[in-house]
Design a binder for this molecule. Sequence first.
Ligand code: ADP
Ligand code: MG
Length: 685
Amino acid sequence: MECLNQGIQFIKGVGPKTAEKLLKIGITTVRDMFYHFPREYDDRRKSKQISQLINGEKITVFGNLSGAPKLLRLRSKKTILSASIIDTTGRLDITFFNRPYLKEKLLAKSKVMVNGVVKKSRKGYEMINPTLELVDDVYDGINAINAIIPIYPSTFGLKQNQIIKIQKYLINSVLGSIKEYIPKEIREKNKLCNLAFALENIHFPKSSKEYRVAKYRLVFEEFFLLQLSLIKLKYNFSKNKIGTVIPSNDGQEKLRESLPFKLTKAQDVVLNEIIEDMENITPMNRLVQGDVGSGKTIVAVFAMLNCYFNNHQASMMAPTEILAEQHYETVSKFLEPFGVNVVLLTGSTKKSIRKKHIEGIANGSVDIVVGTHAIIQEGVEFYKLALVITDEQHRFGVRQRANFETKGKSPHVIVMTATPIPRTLALVLYGDLDISIIDELPPGRKPIITTQTAFDERERSYDFIKKQIELGRQAYVVCPLVEESEKIDAVSVVELADELLCTFKDYRVGLLHGKMKSKEKEETMREFKNHKIDLLVSTTVIEVGVDVSNATVMLIENAERFGLAQLHQLRGRVGRGSSESYCILVCQNKTAVAKERMSIMTETNDGFLIAEKDLEMRGTGEFFGVRQHGLPELKIANIFEHRKIMKKAEEQVKGLVREDEYLKLDKYPELCEKLNANSRKFLGC
Ligand code: ADP
Ligand code: MG
C-alpha cells in the first residue's frame, strides 16, 4: 500500500530530474502531489465535425491525419510544420510554428484530436498551433474524448503532460488506500463528498457538477483543518507551558499620572485584558489590533512597566531599525523616570555596546530591551523574561515565538498590528490567539482630508505643500517602488527627490529609501523628527509606525499602484497631532477600478471598512500577503469568495470543541492523525 507521506520520487514515472522540478513547486510527497490542484481547466468536451466549424470558435476536432506532414525550416531558425486532418465531412489544415518536434507525432498517421481556434482560410478551415494529441495513447489512460483537461501551475521544464501522468497514476493506484478523516456526521450534515471522490474529480472532473461537488468538499476541508489546527495550536501553546504570574501593581497608576493625556476607553479595555492575562500562570498569547494612530505603543509601555514592578524583564521588537529606535525613545521617555533601565539592540548597535547590553540582559541589570529581530536571531539570553511584544508583527511571522523560553518559563506574548482585519476573519485566521481591538482614536484627531489629483496637476499640490511648510508643518512625498532590493527603487525616488529639490529649493528636502544604509536612514528620519527637514521624499520604508506629529501632508505618487490597506497605512503617518492633515493621492491610471479604489480612500478614514473593500477587490492573497502573516497558504479556499463555506466549517469546529475542549478527538482517530500531521507541517517541525 502506498502512503501519502511517501516521497514523490518513489512514484512510478517520477525520475530524479522530475522530482527536482516538483520540489521547485513545493511538492515532495504523494500528498503534496494530490493537493497540487489545477489552476484551470481546458474544457474539450465540445467537439464538432469539420463541416460544422465556425470561424473564431475554440473547439475540439477528431480526425485522421491525411498525407505526410511538411516541415519548412526558415533561415531564421524558425520552422513551419503543416498537415491536414480529415473526417467524414471535410478537411482541416493545421499549422505549427516552431514546433518541429511534432513532426514525429504527425507521421504516426493515427487518429488525432486537435483543440484550438478555428480560422477560415482561402482553402477551407485551419487551426494555428492547436494542442495535438494522438487519440490512442493520449494521457496514458485518460480518455480524451469528452474530457475536461486540468492545467496545473508548473515550473520551467515541467510539462503539463508529466504532471497529468503522475496525477493519473496516483489516482489509479493510491486513491483506493486514502483514508477519509472528516467525521461521517459532519460530512452528512454538510453534504460533503468523500475525500477520494473529491481528489479524483478536482483533477479530472467528469462534469462541472462533479467538479463543484469536489471543490466544495476541498474548500470546506481546508477551512475546517485550518481552524482545528489553530485551536489545537492555541491549546498546545498553553499546555504544559508555565508563564510568569505578574500581579497588577501600582506602577499603572503612577504611569497614568505622568502621562500628558488620558487613555481612551478602548485603550483601557485592552490594557485590562492584558493585565488580567498576565496575572495568570498560563502564558498570554494576544493579538492587539488597532488602526494607525490608535495608540498601541502606550498600551505596550504599561504592560512592560507592570513587569518591571514585578522584577521581571520585558522585550519589544519592531520590524525596522527606525521603528525600533522610535519605540526605544518612547519607552525610555515614559519609563526612565521610574528608574527602568531600557536598552536598544539592533543590527547596527556597536559591538562594545552590544556586549555590554547582552551581559546586562543576562544578569538582569537591563530591564527592558527594545530592538529589531536581532534580539531573537542572536540568541540573546534573558535573566527573567516575562513578556515579549512584537509590533507590526506581519513582517515577522506570528508564530515564531517559541524561541523565547527562558529557564523553562514561557513569556507572555503580545503581537500588535495596524493591519485592520475584519473581526470575523481575524477570529478565524488568528484562531490561536486571543484578540483585543483598540477601536477608537484618541480625542481631538481630525479626520485626514483626502483628495485625489491627476499626475499633470500635481504642481498645484506642491504649492499647497509649500503653504503648509510656511505654516511650520512638514510633509511626506511617497513613491511606490517598494522592493528594497530593486535597483529601480533607489533610482526613481532619487530622481523624484532631485526634481523636488528644485521645486522646493527654498526648503529643506530629505531623502529616504531602502537602499540607504540603516545609519543614513536613521539619521534622515531623526532629522525629520527634529524638524531639520521640511519635506521628506521616501519609498514606503516609512510605512509602518513612524510617528512625527508635526507632519500634516502625505502626498502619494502612483497611488493606484498601492493596495487600499497600504494607502491607509501611509495616510496614517499624518494626522497624528491636533492640526488638520491632508492626504493627496496622485494617480496616473484612470481605469474604473482605480477610480473606485481612490474614491473609497477619499470617502472614508475607517481602516476596517477599507480593509474589507480591499479584501473584496483584490482577493485574499494580495491582501494578507499570507506568508508574511505566518499563516499557511490556502490552496483552494478563498476567504472572501468562500466565506459562507468558512462559516459552515467554523460551526462544525465549534461543535467539536464543545464536546471535546482539548480536541483529543478520541472518537475520530483519523481526524486526529490528520490534524497532528497538519500541525507539524504548520509549525514547520
Ligand atoms: P499606533 O497605534 O499607530 O502605533 P501610536 O502608539 O504611535 O499609534 O500613537 C500615536 C500617537 O498618539 C502617539 O503620539 C501617542 O503618544 C499618542 N497617543 C496615544 N494614546 C493617546 C491618548 N489616549 N490620547 C492622546 N494621544 C495619545
Ligand atoms: Mg505603532
